[in-house]
Design a protein around this ligand. Structure first.
Ligand SMILES: O=C(O)CCC(=O)C(=O)O
Length: 282
């Protein structure tokens, strides 16, 4: 795990719109996820579907104990709270293996440029705290063959536009190409312009996206299913407010949402984070 401290990361994130947690997951954990993928696809695909559904959504409801580490990573949640305050909720966990594409077809293209859900087109250079963040992890080294992640650094604070439909799938003149390692997590601001790259490796390109938004917003994953509710009950038994909040259960939301805002937000966040920690029973 990278030794960067929270403040260093925060200033990097504010500047560039992302930060990388190196080695967030080890080989054993990643292998366990990969081993389960085919079966999750099978369960995720309706009987009458013409093709398997490769994009596994609500992965946590299918495999709660296997997938929980992908959403409840303490280093990433500590940082997310630094960025958005103690309001972090899971919007969606997507687990997917992108199939390989013919090289001739993919040559010189990117997947598609976009900002993420709840993002916006910046209209000034100031840093605005995100309403949502994406924690993206790849389960193999992102070589040129597997398809690196591309970002336009600072595009969460600059009105970087994509001029035409055709430009959506072309490399960007200001892009930075991130050839991250297996198990690294790229944590992005929702307004950072980014794109994947087609996979031409001949093998599946495993990836997951843990998308966090601000508690109170709607979530794409349904957290009311029996498996996720078992996690919530376990969290309740320990009074683990942060874990319960991930699934939309936040007993402190009313006073914190209506806190009068007479002191800097970070000061109030620190106090609330300390309260949440103190409330946790061992
Ligand atoms: O496939 C990739 O590398 C990028 C994924 C992505 O753009 C996203 O999760 O929003």
């Amino acid at each position: 795990m990278s030794v960067k401290n929270l403040e260093q990361r925060l200033s990097e994130f504010r500047e560039r719109g992302y930060t990388i947690f190196e080695g967030a997951y080890d080989a054993g954990q990643m292998q366990a996820w990969k081993d389960c993928y085919e079966d999750m696809v099978r369960r995720n695909t309706p009987r009458d579907a013409p093709e398997p559904r490769l994009r596994v959504t609500s992965a946590l409801e299918q495999e709660p104990w296997l997938m929980l580490p992908a959403v409840n990573n303490q280093a990433i949640l500590d940082f997310a709270e630094r960025v958005m305050g103690p309001f972090i909720q899971l919007d969606n966990l997507t687990f997917m293996a992108f199939p390989s594409e013919p090289r001739e077809q993919a040559e010189g293209t990117v997947s598609f440029w976009h900002r993420d859900r709840w993002g916006w087109m910046p209209d000034g250079p100031q840093y605005i705290r995100p309403t949502a963040c994406n924690a993206i992890c790849y389960l193999q080294d992102l070589t040129d063959e597997y398809g690196p992640l591309r970002v336009v650094e600072g595009s969460h604070r600059r009105a970087v536009t994509i001029e035409s439909e055709a430009h959506r799938t072309l490399p960007h003149p200001d892009e930075t190409v991130l050839r991250v390692k297996a198990g690294d997590v790229v944590f992005t601001h929702c307004s950072l312009l980014h794109s994947g790259t087609p996979n031409t490796s001949g093998k599946p390109r495993y990836f997951f996206s843990t998308y966090y938004n601000r508690v109170g917003l709607p979530t794409r994953d349904n957290h009311k299913g029996p498996s996720v509710q078992r996690i919530v009950e376990m969290a309740r038994a320990r009074n683990d407010r942060r874990l319960m909040r991930l699934f939309g259960v936040d007993d402190a939301i009313e006073p914190r949402a209506n806190a009068l805002f007479l002191r800097p937000d970070e000061e109030m966040w620190d106090k609330w984070i300390a309260e949440d920690r103190a409330a946790l029973s061992q």
